[in-house]
Design a binder for this molecule. Sequence first.
Ligand code: SF4
Length: 173
Amino acid sequence: MLVSACLLGGRVRFDGRAKTVAADIVDRWRAEGRIVAHCPEVAGGLPVPRPPAEIEPGADARAVLEGRARILTPDGEDVTRHFVAGARAALAAAAGNGVRTALLKESSPSCGLNRVYDGTFTGATAPGPGVTALLLQDHGIAVFPESELEAADAHLRTPPADTRPPARAHDAP
Ligand code: SF4
């Protein structure tokens, strides 16, 4: 289970604060040793604190990952490379730990799933996902927002599909 570090109490958000989710399910995942904590933006080389950044208006995470759109701060600094590097680092952390499920912080340009801030720095959002959520989904990882803890837990406990090729007829005993 890959989990946004800020949801676990990590003070890694742009403003140096956390967005801790206090829940028995998270405590159980922690006790079971299932959690891989990750902050894509810090992993991508951004400091804490840092200016906020949003996907530019009218663009989406797919366009960012394909190099057709940018992620900008309010002053117009292009921080796209950090977000893309962070998404790739999240994917590497997931692959290295056998992760099939992720619980990510909604609305972030990295971790958001259903909504992301819309690039106007007004607090308004547009349909998601963020760049990390999209890259994980592209590689078959199920992503859930922090509002769907039970669904994430159910997915975590679902055995992976058997991906072995079917036996050939002449292999049968
Ligand atoms: Fe939290 Fe993700 Fe933002 Fe890091 S990038 S602070 S983990 S929402």
